[in-house]
Structures are given as structure tokens and as C-alpha cells.
Design a protein around this ligand. Structure first.
Ligand code: ATP
Ligand code: MG
Length: 434
């Protein structure tokens, strides 16, 4: 029979790869909570209209990349292509706008976009996202950027740089947009087909096109950062001062844009050059007009999305080896029914005390059990047979140096617990615990 394969552009993630995912996700949760963000979970699919309004009708994501389907009653839904629109909908729907401000949420989600699969780009991908609503000050932009920076530092990512830009606000953008469109019109014969149609719908996006000809035109285009109103200028100055004082290096990059009207002021990306064409590990910005766009009150917002696969690529090229899960503290090899019973009793008691322990579930020979214990990296083994059960004493072996100690079987849990505590203290003393 033909074997069924996973859909194109999706992933199976198994150990040891999944161990790295768990480690990274735990780090993301830990740092989010350190910055005062709590987790938000929203549906995997939403009404299509939410993304049309929240992501934008003119974006590639909505025009070309959405997975849509209709329900049995005819309602059209889409698998979420990103996280922000759902968060805003949930804030409005759950009346969170009357909570103390700012609202601070993080999420770890799968997203779906019909794209050409390649390194760092898949059709189902995983994103860590941050959203802060209610704060208009540059300190909010700084906090969100600093969170991403802290995460990348703590994971040990190297060769990543922070690019920032300001795209203005409804005050100053119309005039800038006009200037830009005028310039681009004069050069429209040199633009790619997509960009020529973007001239009408989403001209700012042309500045971010990867086509070499468009890139050339973008080089000499008027820059939003040179056309800011005094308030936007002050916001940017204030953000830069905070980044400087926290020693977070950045560069101004006028190619970083978001085309849609509800985006305001700060846009940023963390770019890692060593990971190939898909080099943006994290992209974010301010969207002070989004909440209103989705039918809520006027409420400033800022956030980012970070692709987990791209983060893993960045870690790989940085030579970072993530810690593997702890091996079992004890493996109990047993022979005979009474020994199996005892082995299960001891492992249960250890597990109830938070200690990782294993015993045979395969009915293997003693020799095969010892081989298995070695393979899974058990720190200690205990051998139990009828004579041990009769005498109440057994030999515990430290696998690292084959040191053997005879103990009372009833003391096993205490012996292992004490050794685990000792290991933790030794590790802390040697400063290895990071
Ligand atoms: P790109 O220009 O790389 O397509 P984007 O502007 O579409 O990025 P965002 O919508 O800002 O991306 O998403 C935030 C982050 O999510 C990206 O910086 C990237 O790390 C990740 N990401 C986006 N699309 C994909 C994908 N198809 N596969 C894997 N990761 C993705
Ligand atoms: Mg994209």
C-alpha cells in the first residue's frame, strides 16, 4: 500500500529535535513572564474577514497565502496566517480594554501560509509572538525590542543584528507617501510586475522588495525617516536613547517597512545573515490603528513575531549546543515477578518525588536490560532478583565509574534522592547551571 506522507511544507518534530524546541519554548515562556507578559491562546482558525481587516486586503498573506475553507453552514474561515489579528479580536471580545493598561500577552502558535517551501520557510510554521496594547510611549517599543534581545542573548545567538526604522503616522505619512509614489512613478518602468501593481495599493512595500532592480530603485527613494512629523521624530529619538543606554546595538534600516495604514512609527527586524535568504528571525512594529480597524477603541499597540525554525537555524550557525534533557537518575534491572513488582514500586516512588527513574517494561534479559540502561544514560542501576528481594539488600552501581554500593532496597529512593541533590549542588558550585 502507498504510504501517506505529510503535507508539503509541514514538519514532523521528534526527539532529539523536539527537545531543542521544548528548551527554546520554555525559555520564551520564562522570559515573557519575567517581562510581565502572560500567555494568550486563541483559535487556530478564524473568520476570513478578521484577517482581511487585520492583516490587510492588499498584502501577499491575504491575497495569495491563506488556507481558507468553508464550514458546513457556509461560513468562510481561514487557518491563522499570523497571531496579532486574533489577539486584538480576543481583547475586544473579552472586554480586556477595561483592564489596567498596558495589556501584555505572548503566544506560541502554529501559523499557516501557502508559500514556496525552502530553508526557513514552510507552510505550517511556528511563531513566538509578543503584543502590548495601551502604551503609546517609546518605552513600550523599547520593552518589546528588549524582550527579543534578551531572548536571543540568553540563547547565545550570534551574528544577529537589530534593524529599526520609523514609518511615520497618519499625520506625516500621507505627504511622505505622495513624495514616494511620485518618485516611484518616475521609475515605474524599472519595477517588477508585483511592485508596479503595489504602486496603487501598497507603495511602501516596494521598498522591501527582494528583486534586485526594485532594490536599486529603493536605494535612492525618499526615506520615511527624513519625513517625520515632530512627534514621530521625538518618538524615534527617545527609542534610540533607550536602546543606547541599555547597550542594545541597532542600525537604522530604511528598507524595513509595513505598508498598511494602521502601522505607525517603529518597525524593526532582527536579522541573522548566516542563515540564508530567509534571514529575518524576528519582525515587529507598532500598530496604533489596528484595534480601531478591528472595531475596538483607539488603542496603541506594538509587538513582534519570531519564527522558531529560523531561530533554530540561527542557533545552529552560532554553534550553540542546547542542553539535552536530564538522563534517568536510576534504572532498575529486574529478574522475576517479585523483582518487577519491587522495581515498579521504587520507580513510582521516585517519580512521585520528581526524580526520573526507569525499569524494564520489555521482559528483557538482565544483560539486555543493563545494555539498555547504558544506552539511555542512566546515572545509577540497581539489580533486583529473588535473592535480593529475600535479603532486602541489593547492589547499586554508579554507571560513570562502575562504583558499587550495597544498600537496603527500602533505602533506594533516599539514596537516589540524596545523590540527585548532591549533583544539583555540585553543578551550582561549578557554575555550570545556566
Ligand atoms: P518574510 O518576509 O520572511 O516572508 P514576513 O514579513 O512575511 O516575513 P511576518 O509576518 O512579519 O513575516 O512574520 C514574523 C516572523 O515569522 C518572520 O520574521 C519569520 O521569522 C517567521 N515567518 C514568517 N513566514 C514564515 C514561513 N513561511 N515559514 C517560517 N517562518 C516564517
Ligand atoms: Mg512572508
Amino acid at each position: 500500500m502507498d504510504k501517506i506522507k505529510k503535507p508539503r511544507g509541514t514538519m514532523d518534530i521528534l526527539s532529539p529535535e523536539s527537545d531543542a524546541w521544548v528548551y527554546i519554548e520554555n525559555k520564551m515562556r520564562d522570559i515573557s513572564s519575567r517581562f510581565g507578559f502572560s500567555e494568550i491562546r486563541t483559535p487556530t482558525f478564524e473568520e476570513l474577514g478578521l484577517f482581511k481587516r487585520g492583516v490587510g486586503d492588499t498584502t501577499d498573506v491575504v491575497q495569495k497565502e491563506m488556507y481558507t475553507f468553508s464550514d458546513k453552514d457556509g461560513t468562510v474561515f481561514a487557518l491563522r496566517p499570523e497571531g496579532t489579528a486574533s489577539v486584538v479580536r480576543a481583547i475586544i471580545e473579552n472586554g480586556k480594554n477595561s483592564d489596567p493598561m498596558p495589556l501584555k500577552y505572548y503566544y506560541l502558535i502554529n501559523c499557516f501560509r501557502y508559500e514556496k517551501p525552502q530553508a526557513g520557510r514552510s507552510r505550517e510554521f511556528f511563531q513566538f509572538g509578543i503584543e502590548m496594547f495601551g502604551a503609546k510611549n517609546a518605552a513600550a517599543d523599547f520593552t518589546v525590542i528588549s524582550l527579543a534581545d534578551t531572548l536571543l542573548r540568553e540563547l547565545g545567538v550570534r551574528g544577529v543584528s537589530l534593524h529599526i526604522n520609523s514609518i511615520g503616522c497618519p499625520e506625516c505619512r500621507p505627504a511622505y507617501r505622495e513624495k514616494l509614489v511620485k518618485y516611484l512613478r518616475e521609475n515605474s518602468d524599472k519595477l517588477c510586475d508585483t511592485c508596479r501593481s503595489r504602486l496603487e495599493t501598497n507603495p511602501l512595500r516596494i521598498l522591501d522588495c527582494k528583486n534586485p532592480d526594485c532594490k536599486k530603485i529603493a536605494e535612492t527613494a525618499p526615506k520615511s525617516i527624513d519625513n517625520l512629523c515632530p512627534e514621530c521624530e521625538e518618538h524615534m529619538t527617545s527609542l534610540k536613547a533607550m536602546l543606547d543606554s541599555a547597550e542594545i546595538p541597532y542600525e537604522i534600516d530604511t528598507h524595513i517597512v509595513r505598508g498598511l495604514d494602521y502601522y505607525t512609527r517603529t518597525v524593526f527586524e532582527f536579522i541573522c545573515d548566516g542563515i540564508g535568504a530567509q534571514s529575518t528571525v524576528c519582525g515587529g512594529g507598532r500598530y496604533d490603528g489596528l484595534m480601531e480597524q478591528l472595531g475596538g477603541p483607539s488603542q496603541p499597540g506594538i509587538g513582534f513575531g519570531m519564527g522558531i525554525t529560523r531561530l533554530l537555524l540561527a542557533l545552529e550557525q552560532s554553534g550553540v549546543k542546547l542542553p539535552s534533557p536530564q538522563p534517568p537518575a536510576l534504572y532498575i534491572a529486574s529478574l522475576g515477578e517479585r523483582a518487577i513488582l519491587e522495581a515498579n514500586k521504587i520507580t513510582t516512588s521516585l517519580r512521585r518525588n520528581g526524580i526520573k527513574a526507569e525499569c524494564d517494561v520489555m521482559g528483557r534479559s538482565l544483560k539486555a536490560q543493563m545494555k539498555y540502561a547504558d544506552k539511555i544514560g542512566a546515572k545509577y542501576t540497581l539489580i533486583l532478583g529473588d535473592s535480593e528481594i529475600d535479603s532486602g539488600r541489593a547492589v547499586i552501581k554508579k554507571m560513570e565509574n562502575s562504583e558499587q554500593t550495597e544498600i537496603k532496597i527500602s533505602d533506594t529512593a533516599d539514596f537516589i534522592s540524596a545523590s540527585e541533590k548532591f549533583d544539583v549542588l555540585a553543578e551550582q558550585a561549578s557554575g555550570k547551571d545556566n
